[in-house]
Design a protein around this ligand. Structure first.
Ligand SMILES: [Zn+2]
Length: 336
């Protein structure tokens, strides 16, 4: 079975901590970010021609003006420190459900700098090591990298090969023309995501608004997915809070005909309804006409115990499946 690749934007982190993180700190989309993170003092005495409150507009102008070099570096430091400070609450978040909804053939590629997805990945290891790979498309405050051996992992840990402490990845700050080739970690990450998307049966875009300053990123994703007419048998899924027409307009180059599912929340997406079998079950439904039970997946408000109970049979099936073979569809109605 081919893979499921999930692309995450700022909306996914907001969905993961709708009431703030463990300490009540919030995340935000790029609009109003500086004010919401309470770091506007960095811009005191700075006179910009943009009147926008969008971080990308502010940052782009700031870093293009040599007289504001220090303010620009200070803004980078403050953003880095703010995102580093975020911590998941104890209870399961949408990021935990997301990590546990996929297996090791799949990938989650995130544009977000915050550490929450990596934290979720780390604690979900307690339940299973059959987890998707995590790819940080714009760098991440919680991911380190060994430039000698190209190993990456959680910040503070050591390179598997040379035992050096992994160095922080540089964040790709929001300028109009981002360079995806200059930084070795970012370049390799994009090569991997391209490979993952090319080999995916399903693609889910979660909370990613594809801002105009990310035009290059979107064209790289599009190049990897290829012509939508050659993706007649694949399924695209979008999880977002915008209305469906705007969504279709934004992602029309990715979706073949009516082969998509659009939901406003994670729990009614393929991932939430068919955790760990989204590709197997969807393929069986669309190609084999198999009826599915859409009511046995993750539900909002589930506790860690509920999750463990739900996963038990799925993990058992995975352990019993010979390597290289497909997992059982699992979500067939007679199971109830
Ligand atoms: Zn190394």
């Amino acid at each position: 079975m081919r893979a499921h690749t999930v692309i995450l934007g700022a909306g996914a982190t907001i969905a993961a901590i709708p009431n703030g993180d463990r300490h009540g700190r919030k995340s935000s989309v790029m609009n109003g970010l500086i004010e919401k993170l309470n770091i506007q003092d960095v811009l005191r005495g700075v006179h910009l021609s943009t009147t926008s409150d969008n971080l990308e507009d502010i940052y782009s102008e700031l870093c293009s003006r040599p007289e504001y070099k220090e303010a620009c570096q200070e803004l980078e430091r403050r953003l880095y420190d703010y995102f580093s400070s975020l911590e998941l609450p104890d209870e399961p978040t949408v990021y935990d459900f997301l990590v546990l909804s996929l297996t090791d053939k799949d990938a989650i590629a995130t544009f977000n700098w915050d550490p929450l997805l990596v934290q979720a990945y780390t604690r979900c290891h307690y339940y299973t090591s059959n987890l998707p790979r995590i790819l940080c498309l714009h760098g991440n405050v919680d991911v380190g990298f060994c430039p000698k051996h190209y190993e990456y992992g959680k910040i503070g840990t050591r390179c598997f090969q040379c035992n050096d402490v992994l160095t922080p990845t540089s964040l790709l700050y929001p300028v109009a023309n981002k360079d995806y080739d200059n930084d070795e970690f970012i370049r390799r990450t994009w090569n991997t995501v391209e490979y993952c998307i090319k080999n995916s049966y399903m693609l889910t875009i979660f909370g990613y608004s594809a801002p105009t300053s990310d035009a290059k990123a979107v064209s790289l994703l599009k190049k990897a997915w290829g012509d939508k007419d050659s993706r007649q048998f694949e399924e695209v899924s979008v999880i977002d809070v915008i209305d469906e027409d705007s969504m279709l307009d934004k992602w029309k180059d990715f979706i073949y005909s009516h082969h998509y599912r659009y939901t406003n929340d994670f729990f009614s997406s393929y991932l939430g309804m068919l955790p760990r079998r989204s590709c197997e079950a969807t393929f069986a439904r669309l190609m084999g006409g198999i009826w599915l039970d859409g009511d046995s997946g993750f539900k909002k408000g589930m506790t860690w115990y509920d999750i463990q109970t739900l996963l038990a049979e799925l993990l058992e099936e995975e352990a019993e499946t010979p390597k290289g073979q497909n997992y059982p569809v699992h979500y067939v109605p007679h199971r109830k």
